[in-house]
Design a protein around this ligand. Structure first.
Ligand code: FES
Length: 90
């Protein structure tokens, strides 16, 4: 995923916006990233990735996020699971 692609698909928040928010505001908790255009406050799919970006900001490790197409399709599977719908491979 490049920095301009959406990390939070519900609220169209790019990875760049989240990284900028972390750099400028230095939040203590991942939940504070909701103040960045509502990131993470929709379906919840992006929360683990937001958490990893927070952790990454405290270390030198790079956060591995799938490319945009895989990220969106994995989120769709996540949303189906939330709604109790059968998955593609079921
Ligand atoms: S993708 Fe971020 S809350 Fe749904």
């Amino acid at each position: 995923m490049n920095d301009d692609q959406e990390l939070c698909l519900c609220f169209h928040v790019s990875r760049r916006k989240v990284m900028q928010y972390i750099r400028v505001n230095r939040p203590k908790y991942a939940s504070q990233l909701s103040e960045c255009y509502g990131a993470g406050t929709g379906c919840g799919w992006c929360r683990p990735f937001l958490r990893r970006l927070m952790e990454q900001s405290c270390s030198l490790e790079e956060t591995e996020i799938p490319n945009a197409d895989d990220y969106a399709s994995q989120r769709e599977e996540y949303r189906k699971k939330q709604r109790g719908e059968p998955r593609q491979d079921d």
